[in-house]
Write a protein that binds this ligand. Structure first.
Ligand code: SF4
Length: 953
């Protein structure tokens, strides 16, 4: 390596582990391993893109062979600020997805009845024209609520929401309520933003309630920073009922009774409160305690002053949380009181360097799971470890979302199917209830898209989804946009092949650390052609078969819905450079990089590149490092116009929000009826930015919960979940069904051969003491009985699980109905139906097969695991809307005729469970304080125009 070349230190910080210097990305030389012992050189062009195999969006470098023109491998992109050149196993396995011999290469149209499994090849033109005509008709006939787009992995921030807004429909549906709504609700209640951004690398103490995190979500960018933190001396505390890979790295691992985590967190908080170990200056300044003490309430303590002082509030705090002793937490959790005390003492040493994270895990497992995230952030709020070095930031401060070329107006409608009035405080669409809401006759769907989403397999209650999809009265046309075969796509009318991470465009930014960066996912073969001076207008020219990319697909579909522009839709898909022609993705990204990424044009110019060329060459750009405390930012005079200040110091202005990036979107609080927006909090002569909550401060007290029918949960609290021992029958136990395998990718890894070889089964984790009682050993078959049916699974006896609790990874049990489909991890099964009773039985496991890839002949595994989600009914949390995944189950030895993977379900029972949980809600009709459907300040994808928040009279 020469002195003029960039040195990217690898993990071991020595040259041998370094990444290729960027100066040699046009011609990188490696020896061909297959030619050994000859020293045969191979030359590569290195082209960046972004991994699409989880949300972390790590950088990848495609090594494109200069002779064959094919991608030889994917490795890390050292220019990417989030992943810093590192990847997990799933990143390099992108190559398996590209070369998958069973992938879908051409648009397909159904033959016969839905689910018959018969297909014919069709053209993109035919598919686009048919779908566009349906959507146009639905729009013109004012049936706009019958068009729905249901997304799994979103990719680019807001792209498809803007397409739907251009169509004027409120048709966005996400997977979030089977994923992360629980955590999101807890964080949003505190800080107005729904995700935490922990600064693990600079923390003194790290507390994680999210094995999921380091084994699937923000896996690599966070995991590497947790390890950096540990290397710097941080203590790592992990709460997980199961010994996760994260827990194996912990200084303190506790395995609480599932659902008791909030009790432990409140005991830690109580220790800080009773011993005055919290940051009282921060609490006094940034909590909305004044609003709390101003409420008419049932305080048993007399206030010393009127209005009550902070000292009064501190006394109240001591009284409120005094009951959360270590002994109480121990009784609820089964963790020894002295261990909890020791952890509390460690937490107390962190000061403002306390990083914490709760994502999925228990917050997605139990009713009221959102309170776990809320009680965890309570500790950060007590310590003042908010937006500090080593603390936790609101996600939007560590994320960069640039302004797009067009911003269509908010849709003028409210979709009752995705945002039913029973769930006014849900974090996201009530997506997993769709079959039940349609069966109830609330609406029907004319055109239904799924996009990188497989609800039959991923969601609970999959047989109800099959019933919905096979009923043409409920779903008129179902279009599956997917790179691979999946269980839901078998019931589609159109299966349209979409590109994997190296075959499509997206931009994205995530809260990996205290920084703002922008990553660029791009079709690498197209990017190389650009580098060589050839323009490619359509990714189908370089992708395998007729695989397309979604952004081009959506722009083209939008164009065809409104070909003459008479509906006002076409304008949002039109080129600015060449009016009258369709906007292309090059112009789309060129506009963004030229106009709304501060610093990028200058940085690109320094290398004689345009901003788009820069992003094509390096794949990422760091907009700003070290964001710090945005809440302390002083609001400038230009933002004040006809301002007024209320009794809590909130400042409201008539000045419009300044445009541009890095402006934190403070909401307009309810009740500000004069059209002013909240701009900050007044301290003496200074106005500070504050937090995007209705109070402008961190909300210890949620006026929203208080006013919308849930006053008992207005402050952080612990309550008994649906799987609390008081709610179980004596012979029931808890099944933890949410954990991931670190090397699988939801429904997209069925043919990632390297990953499948590592992990291809999901036995039931069971403690030896529990196994002894059932008289089973590893490999014996068990029946796991849920409320609506059962599944059959082999036991895996392990001490890595709390005694009496069982666990099964959701990453397995892929199936297909015929040989059509991915053959490396999908078993062939037979479905039997008798009325509402369904059975699934495996006919053939995984076998070697002949294909274009010689490795498929070397397949040695047979198992594909069990599809347990099929046997779970829906459990919508009445506040967050989160599906509560943990199941109260009976586990017993299998029957003699049972075979691994067997499933039985009665969907009539799943209807009953749905109705039981629906009855727990407090609907907006009855509880809304202002006759709106939802508090306007709460986050919502694709917000409708404000007037559509009003409930109909
Ligand atoms: S953590 Fe792994 S799967 Fe996720 S984006 Fe990074 S490399 Fe891909």
């Amino acid at each position: 390596m020469s002195d003029n070349e960039t040195f990217y230190p690898g993990p071991s910080r020595i040259h041998l582990a370094a990444f290729p210097p960027k100066e040699r990305w046009d011609d990188w030389t490696e020896l061909d391993s297959r030619a050994w012992p000859r020293r045969k050189e191979r030359h590569y062009s290195l082209v960046p893109t972004t991994c699409f195999n989880c949300e972390s969006a790590c950088g990848l470098l495609a090594y494109i062979d200069k002779v064959t023109g094919e991608v030889q491998k994917f490795e890390g992109n050292p220019e990417h600020p989030g992943s810093r050149g590192r990847n997990c196993a799933k990143g390099p396995a992108t190559l398996n997805q590209v070369t998958d011999p069973d992938r879908i290469l051409y648009p397909l149209k159904r033959l016969g009845k839905r689910g018959d499994g018969k297909w014919q090849r069709t053209s993109w033109d035919e598919a686009l024209n048919t779908i566009a005509a349906r959507i146009r008709k639905a729009i013109v006939e004012e049936r706009r609520d019958e068009v729905m787009y249901h997304v799994g992995r979103p990719g680019e921030d807001g792209f498809t929401e803007r397409i739907l807004a251009a169509w004027g429909i409120d048709g966005h549906n996400s997977h979030t309520n089977i994923c992360s709504s629980g955590s999101r609700e807890g964080y949003q209640l505190w800080m107005g933003l729904d995700r935490p951004s922990p600064d693990h690398a600079n923390a003194k103490v790290i507390l994680l309630i999210s094995a999921h995190l380091e084994s699937g979500h923000y896996f690599n960018p966070h995991a590497q920073r947790v390890i950096d933190g540990k290397a710097n001396g941080a203590k790592l505390i992990v709460f997980d009922t199961r010994l996760s890979s994260t827990a194996t790295h912990a200084d303190y691992w506790i395995a609480p009774y599932p659902g008791s985590e909030a009790a432990i967190l409140l005991a830690i908080a109580n220790y800080l409160i009773q011993n005055n170990l919290y940051n009282s200056e921060f609490v006094e300044t940034w909590w909305n305690w004044r609003e709390y003490v101003a409420q008419p309430s049932t305080f048993t303590l007399d206030f010393k002053e009127e209005p009550p002082s902070f000292s009064d509030f501190e006394d109240i705090l001591k009284e409120l949380y005094g009951e959360y002793t270590f002994e109480f937490a121990s009784k609820e959790s089964g963790v020894e009181a002295k261990v909890i005390k020791e952890i509390a003492e460690v937490v107390a040493t962190a000061g403002t360097r306390f990083s914490s994270h709760n994502w999925r895990s228990v917050s997605s497992g139990v009713s009221g799971g959102w309170s776990v995230a809320r009680c965890l952030f309570f500790i950060n709020a007590l310590l003042g470890a908010v937006a500090t070095e080593g603390g936790v930031f609101p996600n939007a401060w560590n994320k960069f979302v640039p302004r797009p070329i067009y911003t269509p107006p908010h849709p003028k409608m409210w979709n009752e199917t995705t945002w039913p009035r029973e769930y006014p405080l849900s974090m996201n669409e009530m997506s997993f209830l769709l079959p039940h809401l349609l069966k109830d006759g609330r609406t029907k769907l004319d055109t239904y898209f799924t996009r990188v989403y497989n609800p039959v397999w991923t969601n609970p209650d999959g047989f109800s989804w099959i019933e919905m999809l096979t009923d043409p009265d409920l779903v008129g046309c179902y279009v599956a946009l997917t790179p691979t075969w999946n269980e839901t796509a078998y019931y589609a009318d159109y299966v349209l092949p979409m590109g994997v991470g190296s075959e499509r465009h997206d931009i994205h930014s995530y809260e990996t650390h205290d920084s703002q960066w922008l990553g660029f996912r791009q079709p690498v073969l197209k990017a190389l052609k650009h580098r060589e001076g050839t323009n490619i207008n359509d990714t189908r020219e370089v992708n395998p078969g007729e695989v397309w990319e979604e952004n081009e697909f959506w722009l083209e579909l939008t164009w065809r819905i409104d070909p003459d522009g008479s509906l006002g839709i076409r304008q949002f898909a039109e080129s600015k450079k060449n009016p009258g022609t369709r906007l292309g993705v090059d112009e789309y990204y060129e506009w963004i990089f030229d106009n709304s990424v501060p610093g990028l044009p200058e940085k690109a110019a320094a290398e004689n590149l345009t901003p788009l060329q820069f992003m094509r060459r390096y794949g990422a750009f760091e907009v700003k490092n070290k964001i710090g405390k945005i809440y302390e930012e002083v609001v400038g005079r230009e933002e004040l116009e006809d301002a007024r200040v209320d009794e809590f110091g909130r400042v409201f202005t008539r000045a419009a929000k300044p445009a541009g990036p890095n402006i934190v979107p403070l909401p307009l609080p309810d009740g500000d009826d004069e059209g002013r927006r909240l701009v900050g909090i007044k301290f003496g002569d200074t106005i500070k930015r504050g937090f995007p909550t209705p109070s402008g401060r961190l909300e210890f007290f949620s006026k929203t919960l208080n006013d919308w029918g849930w006053p008992e949960y207005a402050i952080p609290s612990y309550f008994k979940s649906h799987v609390h021992p008081d709610n179980l029958e004596p012979d029931q136990t808890i099944l933890i069904s949410t954990f991931r395998l670190a090397v699988q990718i939801h429904t997209r890894s069925a043919n990632s051969k390297w990953l499948d070889e590592i992990a291809h089964t999901n036995p039931l984790w069971i403690h030896p003491s529990h196994a002894d009682k059932l008289n089973v050993i590893t490999g014996d078959l068990l029946r796991v009985e849920t409320e609506i049916g059962y599944y059959v699974v082999p036991a895996w006896v392990t001490e890595g699980i709390r005694p009496g609790i069982v666990a099964c990874s959701h990453h397995m049990g892929r199936w297909k109905l015929s040989d059509e489909g991915q053959r490396q991890l999908m078993a062939t099964v037979k479905l039997d139906r008798n009325g509402t009773q369904w059975g699934l039985k495996r006919e053939r496991g995984i076998e070697p097969y002949e294909s274009t890839d010689a490795d498929t002949q070397r397949i040695w595994w047979k198992d594909a695991g069990v599809h347990q989600n099929m046997t779970f009914p829906v459990h919508p949390d009445p506040i967050s809307g989160m599906h509560c995944w943990h199941q109260a189950v009976r586990v017993r030895r299998a029957e003699p005729a049972d075979e691994p993977g067997d499933i039985f379900v009665d969907t009539e029972k799943s209807r009953e469970v749905f109705k039981k949980w629906l009855a727990l809600t407090r609907p907006a009709d009855k509880y809304s304080p202002d006759r709106t459907r939802r508090p306007y300040w709460m986050l919502r994808p694709l917000k409708p125009a404000r007037e559509y928040y009003k409930l109909p009279e």
